[in-house]
Ligand binder design. Structure first.
Ligand SMILES: NC(=O)C1=CN([C@@H]2O[C@H](COP(=O)(O)OP(=O)(O)OC[C@H]3O[C@@H](n4cnc5c(N)ncnc54)[C@H](O)[C@@H]3O)[C@@H](O)[C@H]2O)C=CC1
Ligand SMILES: Nc1nc(O)c(N)c(N[C@@H]2O[C@H](COP(=O)(O)O)[C@@H](O)[C@H]2O)n1
Length: 221
């Protein structure tokens, strides 16, 4: 399995504003790049915080890219995966429509009635007691044949993936905006590291959309 985390941050490192609603940081060029990365992936993963904040669809937008996937014997869209310990994904979430297979990763403690509802629209995986155990969940995704994984956020999930040692590559678009706000989400939130910080090697940098795309590999992967 190969895990790429992709995110767009403001020049001051925020994923969105303190209101936590969807904020366009990328421009057309970067959104097109993200679409190509989705098209190259077997699955696109987000945390439930992102589902609740953005109601993302996580599909490939360019019809030609969807056609190319079909020509290669794949589904038009990659699978979608929500990391959702307590089954908080709303039943009318865009991610639960029939455009692609959706996996919802739950913990053992997810309420039984939420499991029953979600099972109508998604494949359910269970890993971890109170919180999704990411190593276990990702191992199950791999057993399902999902090898090329793209993670689209948000900050809590990205931190946990680094903590679990699951990230191979980080692609960060840094856009020309200052957002500010001590409570605005950043690329890696969670508890934060105080030692044994994951270290990165810069592989590439490209100017686009008035900002810069940084491609990093995680040391030791
Ligand atoms: N600019 C960008 O590229 C992106 C921005 N965003 C923004 O990020 C914000 C959402 O991010 P967050 O609130 O951090 O939510 P998140 O999307 O990281 O989801 C976190 C939630 O996932 C669940 N979870 C279950 N197991 C977990 C585990 N082991 N580790 C971590 N989380 C686990 C928990 O319920 C947790 O609250 C929104 O404001 C959204 O707009 C989200 C994606 C991309
Ligand atoms: N690459 C990128 N740039 C931004 O500026 C963004 N705000 C995001 N957000 C991510 O894209 C998801 C929306 O996907 P759909 O268009 O609904 O398919 C959103 O949930 C974030 O994960 N990404």
């Amino acid at each position: 399995m190969y895990v790429v985390v992709n995110a767009a941050v403001s020049a001051d490192g925020k994923l969105s504003s303190r209101r936590r609603d969807q904020l366009a940081i990328s421009g057309d060029e970067d959104f097109a790049r993200v679409d190509r990365l989705r098209a190259d992936s077997d699955a696109v993963v987000v945390g439930v915080g992102t589902v609740l904040a953005d109601d993302p669809h996580l599909t490939v937008k360019d019809e030609q890219l969807r056609d190319r996937r079909r020509e290669n014997g794949r589904s038009a869209n990659p699978a979608r995966v929500v990391v959702d310990s307590n089954g908080r994904t709303p039943m009318d979430a865009a991610i639960l429509d029939d455009a692609a297979t959706t996996y919802v990763c739950l913990s053992e403690n997810a309420p039984v009635e939420r499991r029953a509802d979600l099972a109508d629209r998604a494949q359910l995986l269970t890993a971890g007691d109170d919180r999704v155990d990411l190593l276990g969940a990702f191992a199950t995704l791999q057993e399902q044949g999902l090898e090329q994984i793209m993670v689209e956020g948000g900050g809590e999930l990205i931190f946990s993936l680094f903590e679990a040692g699951l990230v191979d590559e980080l692609r960060t678009f840094v856009g020309p905006k200052i957002v500010g706000g001590r409570d605005a989400p950043t690329l890696a939130d969670g508890e934060g590291f105080v030692a044994e910080f994951p270290m990165l090697e810069l592989e590439e940098f490209d100017r686009l959309d008035g900002g810069v795309l940084l491609t990093w590999c995680v040391e030791g992967r």
